[in-house]
Design a protein around this ligand. Structure first.
Ligand SMILES: [Zn+2]
Length: 207
């Protein structure tokens, strides 16, 4: 049976994301990623953009990946040799059935005409960390190289950046392996608690 198109964020009978939701996306503030040649995020992780990314991440809305990849295309440097992503743990990938960062990276590769490949493996140290203090559980994620990266100019994709620890760790692993450069391209940047607070104040004063 024909399935009615609906916007994943607002439910409008339209493409997802619908133009009204896209118009409400907020351009992300600049981000910094240690070691990266350039680093940028597309949108703030807030409002409809947040709904859509959560739907892509946890709700099985894989069809959103090509849309976001198309939007990221403008931030892709012209000299990139290979596109990769900061992978999630194998455990999480198994539960969700896919890795959203991989979906975006592969969609970006096909729209840009550049090869996308898995270059990193995430070390799953969650089991080893059980029983440790809450503070030490927030150690930076660890990555290992899955294949040689020497002399490559790499675009590194991730979905959401909060502290930047994940993408920074992934980028430094690539550079440690001899990559020529790493450009960090992220879908969304999490606003800081004080920014979220000031936004809430602003929107309530408009009512
Ligand atoms: Zn919408």
């Amino acid at each position: 049976m024909f399935k009615q198109r609906r916007c994943v964020s607002c439910g409008a009978r339209d493409w997802s994301p619908c133009p009204q939701c896209v118009a409400r996306f907020e351009t992300a503030a600049p981000i910094a990623v240690d070691g990266a040649r350039t680093a940028s995020a597309l949108v703030e992780f807030d409002g409809p953009a947040r709904d859509l990314i959560l739907a892509l991440k946890y709700g099985g809305a894989r069809s959103l990946a090509p849309w976001f990849a198309g939007a990221l295309l403008a931030d892709l440097a012209p000299d990139i040799d290979l596109i990769t992503w900061a992978p999630t743990t194998r455990r999480r990938r198994r539960v969700r059935g896919y890795d959203q960062a991989e979906l975006i990276a592969c969609a970006l590769g096909s729209v840009a005409g550049i090869r996308s490949r898995a270059l990193l493996r995430r070390v799953d140290n969650s089991a080893a960390q059980t029983g440790r203090s809450a503070a030490s559980r927030h150690l930076r994620p660890e990555f290992r190289l899955a294949r040689p990266v020497e002399s490559l100019r790499i675009a590194l994709i991730d979905d959401v950046v909060t502290t930047g620890a994940t993408i920074e760790s992934a980028g430094l692993c690539l550079l440690g392996g001899g990559a020529k450069s790493v450009d960090a391209l992220v879908l969304a940047r999490t606003p800081t608690p004080s920014e979220t607070q000031s936004r809430a104040t602003r929107s309530s004063s408009h009512r």
